[in-house]
Ligand binder design. Sequence first.
Ligand code: SAH
Ligand code: SF4
Ligand code: F3S
Length: 523
Amino acid sequence: MNEQQRKEMSQIRQGTPADVKSDQDNLERIQQKSSEDFTKYFETTYQPPSLRKAQRRRKEDVKVHYDFTIPEELDNIGHGRKYMIRTYGCQMNEHDTEVMAGIFEEMGYESTSDTKEADIILLNTCAIRENAENKVFGEIGHLKPLKLENPNLIIGVCGCMSQEESVVNRILQKHPFIDLIFGTHNIHRLPQLVKEAMFGKEMVIDVWSKEGDIIENLPRSRKGKIKAWVNIMYGCDKFCTYCIVPYTRGKERSRLPEDIIQEVRHLAAQGYKEITLLGQNVNAYGKDLDINYGLGDLMDELTGIDIPRIRFTTSHPRDFDDRLIEVLAKGGNMLDHIHLPVQSGNSDVLKIMGRKYSREEYLELVRKIRTAMPNATLTTDIIVGFPNETEEQFQDTMSLMEEVGFEAAYTFIYSAREGTPAARMTDNVSMEEKKDRLQRLNKLVNDQSAEAMKKYEGEVVEVLVEGESKKNSEVLAGYTKRNKMVNFTGPRSSIGTIVKVKINKAKTWSLDGVMVEETIEVK
Ligand code: SAH
Ligand code: SF4
Ligand code: F3S
């Protein structure tokens, strides 16, 4: 750790809000009374969502509810109307969008992808980096003329950005034409919120600073019929010092194993071929349940379900235990592709990031995984340009990339997120330097991906066929077990099945081939 980092680290420690006042107030419902008395309201009544409150963690029971219903007077409110949801961010948000779509459809709404046709438009937002937020504010600007043309149009902002007080304040002040703001903890209240926005003609703000309970029986309108997402847990308690997610998504809450297993069984019966288990830190699954049951145990039970492929994301190296490795090594419908974000290859930087593992510990975990699963593909996430990262520390990331042999990586320039400890650090690395590091890292990532792809030339792989390729409708596309994208020629009847494809050409990020036989797995 360099001198500056040491100093910053000690300041962060002292400033860690362990002193946050405790307060049982878990719900802040705020409603602007009218646009005219906005200023008064803003000064006197309005309470923004609070990142500090969101940070409070206590062991308390999370109740599970199985009784979600749409009130009778609202279940036809969307008849003859259309909804549109634009989704930003991670799979968690994509899946929340499927839930909201399910609720809209139960209310009688139809979906549209045309903003001009829509009666309600929701932006399901992501707060992970500044550029993600800028995109959303750009889109809000684009939507304004639509609202002027059609005053009955309802425009709503939901998702992770809504959980940030600065965002809610900015919308209140600069984009008062927005009708509805709600967060990640209360999407089950969508029917009531839509009604308030429709009939109240006032900006409705309903953002909870603290997570609520788990609602099990929410409807879902899934985007595809081949692959499906299944939440296994919500929230994150890791508090990596750069990250906004623990604030926007609340504390870790695991779904009960039987509810997850039932959902996966149901999807298998519907003909789905691949399930991705979702959580921000799936390796912490079960820790909050007090039943001595973890991700390995869950996965073991899922191996018994008749569904060809099961993936999971995202893993945190810290909680990746031997039991999980043992279950994954059994193969079957567990795939040997592991996405294992490392963030940095330097132990000092990892320490300031609050990742709670060192370079050596990470490498030891990789060694264990490789011993149990010699063919496993490893991919990762990396942040470059963390405050005061030295060139030497960056070189450790480069060497780790090579040492592990990651076959793909999502790479990011560090982005300061208001309210996180790292955002309080001063930073002596210029943006120019950060961009240069990102470029050098990306070159290495591309080279390693191309090298891994090259090995498939002449090989036969199993591909779950998802549909036509985006670029050429004559060509079909799908993924291998190890998550390699394959474009190939074959009959359209193979869509939704797993087929064998002979690879004749490897590209940097995908493989080209020809189908060699009819479906090998028919359900
Ligand atoms: N829960 C996952 C990651 C969720 S966010 C995990 O811990 O691995 C996805 C990725 O975004 C992270 O892995 C990290 O690489 C990146 N990221 C998160 N916060 C960031 C920030 N403030 N600036 C730049 N990248 C960030
Ligand atoms: Fe963010 Fe860390 Fe949680 Fe991942 S584990 S969501 S990076 S705080
Ligand atoms: Fe973004 Fe929220 Fe996911 S911040 S990455 S949408 S959890």
